[in-house]
Design a protein around this ligand. Structure first.
Ligand SMILES: [Zn+2]
Ligand SMILES: [Zn+2]
Length: 269
């Protein structure tokens, strides 16, 4: 069985798009404890300025190390392993918002390849069609693969994220992702030991948008076939968002035919 016992991508009040006073480490831990989780990672939006310049004027302005560390040390999770992580960013110039010397600060590093609603900062404006966006996704994954990273604690976020084409045909983007190159990239992540994220907020939003289940699952089937391991994520910005993991994760896991062999686990501290 693929255990529904973790949430490795959620946001605290420290993320600007949360800014919810209820989204405290204590409240998040209480949810994890109540649901018998083995692990939960807090992954606030992060750009490592001033070590890595480039976030000025973006949604990550002011989201440096000091900011995301404001709630440290985290409470003792007891049976729940609480992990201080981050969701960093990859710019359109292919700069990762995490300095190598600061990787040790984080127990889990989530890399989102497809925040394409950020025109300019993440997506070059000329990459506008579904085909161009699909190509952009693959080439950005290839860029990430070429980086020197502590791979065993890296997660590749929300490959079917609606932000890839917020005002267009997301299903067309997902269908246009070139299979061969995508499979090669997934095999690379599998070999490196990275985790591939099953983002419940994305699956839920896709369903509401009318994206077909096959389109929503397409890239993950390739990833599974190439030997990837997966982790569950709510991507919650508010308490209600946490419910998505116990709510719908088992459906997704069943649809992908995942079992215990497919579970990504964080390395021991
Ligand atoms: Zn994201
Ligand atoms: Zn997120």
């Amino acid at each position: 069985m693929f255990s529904i016992d973790h949430d490795l991508h959620c946001h605290t009040h420290l993320s600007g798009c949360s800014n919810d006073p209820e989204q405290t480490p204590e409240n998040l831990l209480a949810f994890a404890t109540a649901h018998g989780y083995a692990a939960m990672a807090f992954t606030d939006h992060f750009w490592d300025a001033p070590a890595v310049p480039g976030s000025e004027g973006t949604y990550l302005d002011g989201c440096g190390l000091e900011h995301v560390s404001a709630d440290l040390p985290l409470p003792d999770g007891g049976p729940v392993r609480l992990v201080f992580g981050c969701e960093t960013e990859l710019s359109s110039a292919r700069v990762l918002g995490l300095a190598p010397e600061h990787c040790d600060r984080f127990g889990f590093i989530v890399i989102p390849p497809n925040h394409f609603h950020m025109t300019g900062f993440v997506r070059p404006a000329e990459c506008a069609t579904a085909e161009r966006r699909a190509e952009l996704l693959v080439s950005r994954l290839e860029t990430v693969l070429g980086m020197s990273l502590p791979w065993e604690k890296v997660g590749i976020a929300h490959l079917n994220c609606g932000l890839m084409f917020a005002d267009g045909d997301l299903g067309a983007v997902l269908r246009a992702v070139p299979e061969d190159r995508f499979r090669d990239a997934m095999r690379g992540f599998a070999e490196r030991g990275a985790g591939i994220e099953l983002n419940m907020a994305s699956f839920d939003a896709n369903r509401r948008r009318g994206v077909s289940p096959e389109d929503a699952l397409r890239l993950f089937r390739f990833a599974r076939d190439e030997g990837c391991r997966f982790y569950l994520a709510s991507d919650a910005h508010h308490p209600a968002g946490l419910e998505l993991v116990p709510g719908i994760a088992s459906e997704i896991v069943d649809a992908l035919d995942l079992d215990a062999r497919h579970v990504y686990r964080l390395p021991e501290p």
